[in-house]
Ligand binder design. Structure first.
Ligand code: PGA
Length: 223
C-alpha cells in the first residue's frame, strides 16, 4: 500500500483536515469516526479554524478508556476540549462506545454507516484499541490494554499505574465497514510499524494490516 509521506506535522494536519472538510461540505449529514491521542491534535485545530457547519454531522469515537468520563484524560474530555466545544456540533450527535454494544453498533449501521473514519496507529500496530491478536471480525467490546499501550499512554497520566487497563473499542469488523478510511502517523517511532502493517503480512498479530483488505484507504505519514 502507498504511504504518502508529507513534509511535516503541519502538512499532515492540514491535509487530513482538508479531507474532513470536503466530506462535511459535500455531505452535510456526514458520519465520522474519530480518533484521540497526540497525532490528530493538529487536525482538530485546523478543523476548528475552518469554522465549518457541524450542525448536521454525527460522530462516533473509536474508543474510550473504562474510567470516569469527567477525568481530564478521558477521551470524552479530550474530544470536548479539542473539537466539540469549539464547533457548533450538537452534543447529542457525538457518540462514544456505550453499552449495550449492540446499541452502539446499531447507531452506526442505522445511520447508513460511517462515511469517513480517521485512524491513528499504535506502536504495536493497534487501531482504535484493537490490540495485537484481535479478531479481524471483532465488533465493539471491552478489551484489556496491552502492556505496550499502557506504557505508551503513561505520558498522558504521569505514571504507568494511573493508566486505565481496560477500554471499550470499536471492533476491526466495525471499522472495516467504513466507506473511507484515513490512517495518520507522525514520528520516526511509527515508521517501522506503519511499513509492517501496510506492506507486510495481513495478520491479526498486526491489527492495522487488515486495512490492506479495504478498498478505500489512504495513509499519511510525516517524521
Ligand atoms: P498517538 O496514538 O496518536 O498518541 O500516537 C495513536 C494510537 O495509539 O492509536
Amino acid at each position: 500500500m502507498e504511504i504518502k509521506v508529507l513534509k511535516d506535522y503541519n502538512e499532515l494536519s492540514s491535509t487530513v483536515a482538508d479531507i474532513v472538510e470536503t466530506q462535511i461540505k459535500e455531505h452535510l449529514l456526514s458520519k465520522l469516526a474519530l480518533p484521540t491521542g497526540d497525532t490528530p491534535l493538529g487536525m482538530y485545530d485546523e478543523l476548528v479554524n475552518k469554522k465549518l457547519d457541524w450542525s448536521h454531522v454525527i460522530t462516533f469515537n473509536l474508543d474510550v478508556y473504562l474510567m470516569n468520563i469527567n477525568h481530564p484524560e478521558s477521551y470524552q474530555s479530550y474530544m470536548r476540549k479539542n473539537l466539540f466545544d469549539r464547533t457548533n456540533i450538537y452534543p447529542d450527535h457525538c457518540h462514544f462506545p456505550f453499552r449495550p454494544f449492540s446499541g452502539f453498533e446499531d447507531k452506526i449501521s442505522g445511520s447508513m454507516g460511517i462515511d469517513l473514519c480517521i485512524l491513528g496507529i499504535g506502536s504495536n500496530g493497534h487501531i482504535a484499541f484493537n490490540e495485537p491478536g484481535s479478531s479481524f471480525l471483532s465488533r465493539t467490546r471491552v478489551v484489556n490494554l496491552s502492556e505496550q499501550t499502557i506504557k505508551d499512554n503513561s505520558r498522558f497520566f504521569g505514571t504507568v499505574d494511573d493508566v486505565p487497563t481496560q477500554a471499550i473499542t470499536m471492533g476491526l469488523g466495525t471499522i472495516m465497514e467504513s466507506k473511507k478510511i484515513i490512517l495518520i502517523a507522525s514520528g520516526d517511532h511509527k515508521l517501522n510499524i506503519l511499513n509492517v502493517a501496510m506492506n507486510g503480512e495481513v495478520t491479526e498479530d498486526v491489527p492495522a494490516s487488515i486495512l490492506q483488505n479495504h478498498e478505500n484507504v489512504e495513509v499519511y505519514y510525516c517524521d
